[in-house]
Design a protein around this ligand. Structure first.
Ligand code: SF4
Ligand code: SF4
Length: 345
């Protein structure tokens, strides 16, 4: 649920608020209609989104007071946390905070002092017992091993990231992936397996989500569920398959009164791919829009496939640990739609 199109930051890879004509800054539709739709699902997860969702705390309180849902969550930039009263925070089942890793990496792209503010608010949310996920945007400045382990070290329950390859100008992603990202992924995978040997599942979502797909059934489409398992409600009451596709007609599925569900969400070119049940076509938006053209899209695709090979190359070892009872299958179950994460970076 969008609470607003307004944001108080202007991060380099996003640019800040949506124009109010595209995503109004206040909620314009009848909440009762949405309540009826959500309550038809007896296992609904509701995640607040924006803009910066905490720019409109009154709507969050109204929704949480009137709608019945199994899980509540929020994707926030983590700077306006105190605007929502503590009793609502205590009811959140997950809080996703945007933070890119170490201080200098975060502040370079999100703004001065953002890291310190988010860290302080993260500690507050954590002290209330709310499970937390760090949501990183990964750029060529990122050292994936350093930044992910930094965030796990701060105490985030999980870490998830997206590569900055959807909205931005094209950059030398192939060279960066070969020199930095993929070697870092190998080290993270080593760390993940080493922890499993001690019976501990590290909350590295791009690894856990793929391991879970292997043991518990894969994804029909984008792991985020775009259009078939998760839906975005804009402030003007449109229902979209993907929350960043606020201007794109292909993403419109209807309104809060009535909307359709995508029956076959896997993109055509992915139908023969050996990785399709792990990847689901990765980001649905990226595969529709292809801002970097076909060639740029394939460049990222090769990186995706190599990262999946890195994860899947360790499945035999993980199976052995399950057989020996060091770790259970249940510990390796992860449903990204419960957290509004996307699994594939
Ligand atoms: S790896 Fe590429 S081709 Fe394969 S399912 Fe994912 S996006 Fe599609
Ligand atoms: S992964 Fe892509 S399709 Fe899914 S919510 Fe994110 S931007 Fe939208």
């Amino acid at each position: 649920m969008f609470t607003t199109g307004k944001c108080n930051l202007t991060c380099s890879y996003c640019g800040g608020s949506f124009e109010s004509e595209v995503v109004p800054w206040t909620v314009k539709y009848d909440l009762e209609a949405l309540k009826r739709t959500i309550e038809r699902d007896n296992d609904a997860t509701v995640i607040f989104y924006g803009g910066e969702p905490l720019s409109n705390p009154a709507f969050i309180m109204k929704a949480m007071d009137s709608i019945k849902a199994t899980r509540w969550g929020i994707q926030t930039n983590g700077t306006l946390v105190r605007l929502l009263p503590e009793r609502y925070w205590r009811r959140m089942n997950v809080a996703l905070l945007s933070i890119d890793g170490r201080r200098e990496i975060t502040d370079k792209h999100r703004g001065r002092k953002v890291y310190d503010t988010v860290e302080r608010n993260f500690r507050y949310i954590k002290s209330l017992g709310v499970p937390t996920i760090a949501r990183m945007t990964v750029t060529e400045d990122t050292d994936i091993f350093e930044d992910v382990t930094h965030l796990l070290g701060l105490g985030f329950d999980k870490v998830h990231w997206q590569l900055n390859v959807v909205w931005t100008e094209k950059w030398r992603v192939r060279e960066w992936a070969q020199a930095s990202y993929l070697p870092g992924m190998r080290k993270l995978m080593d760390l993940f397996v080493d922890s499993l040997r001690e019976g501990k599942v590290l909350g590295i979502v791009p690894i856990l989500g793929v391991v879970s797909a292997h043991f518990h059934g894969g994804y029909l489409g984008s792991p985020c569920g775009a259009g078939y398992k998760s839906f975005s409600i804009t402030t003007d009451g449109r229902v979209l398959s993907c929350p960043i596709a606020v201007r794109e007609k292909w993403a419109e599925l209807g309104t809060v009164q009535q909307f359709r569900i995508l029956e076959d969400p896997l993109p055509e070119p992915c139908k023969q791919c050996e990785f399709r049940t792990y990847c689901g076509g990765r980001c649905f938006y990226a595969s529709k829009e292809k801002y970097w053209g076909e060639e740029g899209f394939m460049e990222v695709d090769e990186i995706t496939k190599e990262y999946l090979r890195i994860v899947l190359s360790r499945i035999n070892e993980i199976e052995d640990l399950i057989r020996r009872g060091v770790v259970s299958l249940e510990q390796l179950r992860y449903d990204p739609t419960e957290d509004s994460s996307e699994v594939i970076p």
